[in-house]
Design a protein around this ligand. Structure first.
Ligand SMILES: Cc1cc2nc3c(=O)[nH]c(=O)nc-3n(C[C@H](O)[C@H](O)[C@H](O)COP(=O)(O)O)c2cc1C
Length: 206
């Protein structure tokens, strides 16, 4: 069946894209607001862009509180030029969904989700201590898409990897399955784990 996006509402287009473009890795982004408060939010419109410079992309949507509302994550990234993308392990799932809740002003996201942060090495935004991987990023470019949405390109300046998952630091070999990362699937609250893999090596050209 063909769905013509010209005939569909914004909500319908969102449903079709998010239920087919799966699984999506999750950037669990930590930033700092103007008052110094730490903000955490999950973003699954996220991926690697290129390695020279080493860029990641995050699609930050518009907020829901009022028209033209901007999400705190996007505001903080533009203000400070820095953020940390923490990746989400299976053991982080409960805390991660709590950080997507719009809390009343003054309520601490870290307390609500029972999270602890650790200082990052090269940026002022902290990393999430319980996360198996944290990518320290500096804003490379913010592309305003309109309607409160933006494409954030972050340059990765360093990466923390759970010690137990580092096979050979000199060769940068990582035991990826050990990270037990989850990814966003379809519908309301569905995720997947990395429990089923197979290998197909790209063959040489004939
Ligand atoms: C798994 C998951 C993935 C999400 N992905 C995105 C996303 O890619 N873009 C987005 O704008 N919001 C996304 N959201 C919603 C934001 O996390 C939510 O609006 C959050 O409250 C934003 O926090 P902030 O206002 O502190 O930046 C996602 C939520 C969840 C639970």
């Amino acid at each position: 069946m063909f769905f013509d996006f010209g005939d569909l509402s914004r909500r319908e287009r969102h449903k079709l894209m998010t239920s087919t473009i799966v699984p999506r890795p999750i950037a669990w982004v930590s930033t700092v607001n103007a008052g110094g408060t730490i903000n955490i939010g999950p973003f699954s419109f996220f991926n690697i862009v290129c390695e020279e410079p080493p860029l990641v992309s995050i699609g930050v949507g518009s907020g829901e509180r009022f028209e033209g509302d901007l999400k705190d994550t996007g505001v903080n990234i533009r203000r400070t030029g820095e953020f940390v993308v923490n990746l989400v392990g299976f053991g982080n799932a409960d805390a991660m969904v709590k950080t997507a809740v719009n809390l009343p002003a003054g309520m601490s996201e870290l307390d609500f989700a029972q999270l602890a942060t650790s200082p990052a090495t090269k940026v002022d935004a902290p990393r999430i201590g319980q996360s198996p991987v944290s990518l320290e990023c500096r804003l490379f470019r913010n592309i305003d898409i309109g309607d409160g949405q933006s494409l954030v390109l972050g340059e990765v300046v360093g990466i923390h990897v759970l010690d137990d998952a580092v096979l050979d630091a000199g060769r940068c070999y990582i035991d990826t399955p050990k990270l037990d990362l989850i990814a966003r699937m379809h519908g309301n609250g569905w995720y997947t784990r990395m429990t089923d893999w197979f290998q197909r090596v790209t063959p040489p050209a004939p």
